[in-house]
Ligand binder design. Structure first.
Ligand code: D0B
Ligand code: MG
Ligand code: ZN
Length: 352
């Protein structure tokens, strides 16, 4: 039986094809992809990217096994408001676009690109829709298993690799042992770095790391090489550090998207946080920050999130790849202004 064009059967293949024309664009509407792919956005996005990047030929991947893995992986994302398979599809498509930036034209090997896309697709699988802190505070089995350390991130990695052991899902069967080892090593490193507790460390090193890369890049441009725009990193360790930052950026990319997309993610994360707060309240636990639906200030929280976390990170990233990420910075700015306007509006409403 032939494989459907986007990896999944759908009566809306023409519409999906139209959407997938934007797979290389920051403005792709992942919610539309989810609707027109019969709720298989992760499978269809990953399959389309793998085809487009010729990874199926490069690594002699069985298309059927790839789809078996993707459909199984997607079915192990839970039906929670934010950390569902649409978030994984969104982050996967985001890192695909970031990898297309000309600065990285000659930076990463095919195996590193495969690992980065795989890490993005798996990074939140089986996420229960509560934070690490909640699992720790409620003595959850997972916190016990992972000794309170990056509990969710460790769990998603373990689930994702467990699924690979399934014979008809092992789409990396034709990689050498060395390649499989490298893929596993890079994926583990990248997914563990999506834990917010690692954010400080990433911000600490990013400044000096990027300055050293820019210095090397300028040297190249003096040689008038055609690739003077692209960053050349000789050490795999340095390339993995860049991929770690890239996945963290993709995971924190909601405010860099068009307002109509961004506000849907805000609604979803607040649903998830407020539901956690409801569980904490009824269990007599202290209610986590931003999780109390009775005192929530959604707009203020997003402005704080943008100013403290998202803008500083994306400014670092945009500096490294200047001028290629201006659209993200512009969206962050206009989105922040929109939330500030909502606040100023509500206070004047109260005065009427
Ligand atoms: C669209 O809104 C958000 C989108 C993404 C995030 C965010 C923060 C850190 N990450 C990276 C993953 C992570 O570590 N966690 C653990 C915990 C912070 O919950 C996050 C959800 C996931 N993702 C937060 C967002 O808003 C929060 C709620 C009001 C202000 C902050
Ligand atoms: Mg996560
Ligand atoms: Zn995530």
């Amino acid at each position: 039986d032939t494989i459907p064009r986007f990896g999944t059967e759908t009566p809306h293949e023409a519409k999906l094809a139209e959407l997938m024309d934007n797979i290389d664009a920051w403005g792709l509407n992942i919610f539309d992809v989810h609707n027109y792919s019969q709720s298989h956005s992760l499978t269809s996005v990953m399959y389309t990217i793998f085809k487009k990047r010729n990874l199926i030929e490069t690594f002699r991947i069985s298309p059927q096994k790839l789809i078996n893995y993707l459909v199984t992986l997607e079915s192990h994302y839970l039906d929670v408001p934010y950390h569902c398979s649409i978030h994984a599809a969104d982050v996967t498509q985001a890192i695909h676009v970031l990898l297309l930036i000309p600065s990285f034209e000659n930076t990463f090997t095919d195996l590193e690109i495969l690992a980065a896309l795989f890490a993005a697709a798996i990074h939140d699988v089986d996420h229960p829709g509560v934070t690490n802190q909640y699992l720790i505070n409620s003595d959850n089995e997972l916190a016990l298993m992972y000794n309170d350390t990056s509990v969710l991130e460790n769990h998603s990695l373990a689930v994702a690799f467990k699924l690979l052991q399934n014979e008809d899902c092992d789409f990396i069967e034709n990689l050498s042992d060395e390649q499989r080892k490298i893929l596993r090593q890079i994926s583990i490193d990248m997914v563990l770095a999506t834990d917010m507790s690692k954010h400080g460390a990433i911000m600490q090193t990013i400044q000096s790391f990027h300055q050293s890369l820019k210095a090397k890049q300028c040297k190249d441009s003096n040689s008038n090489s055609s690739t003077n725009d692209s960053l050349v990193l000789t050490e795999q360790k340095e390339r993995v550090q860049l991929l770690r930052e890239m996945l963290h950026c993709a995971d924190l990319s909601n405010p860099t998207k068009h307002l109509s997309i961004y506000t849907q993610w805000v609604d979803r994360i607040m649903d998830e946080f407020h539901y956690q707060g409801d569980r904490e309240r009824s269990a007599g636990m202290p209610i986590s920050p931003m999780c109390n639906r009775r005192t929530a200030d959604i707009e203020m929280a997003q402005i704080g999130f943008i100013q403290a976390i998202v803008e500083p990170l994306w400014q670092m990233w945009a500096q490294l790849v200047y001028p290629h990420c201006q659209q993200m910075l512009d969206n962050i700015d206009s989105n922040r202004q929109w939330y500030e306007y909502q606040i100023s509006n509500r206070s004047s409403r109260n005065n009427t």
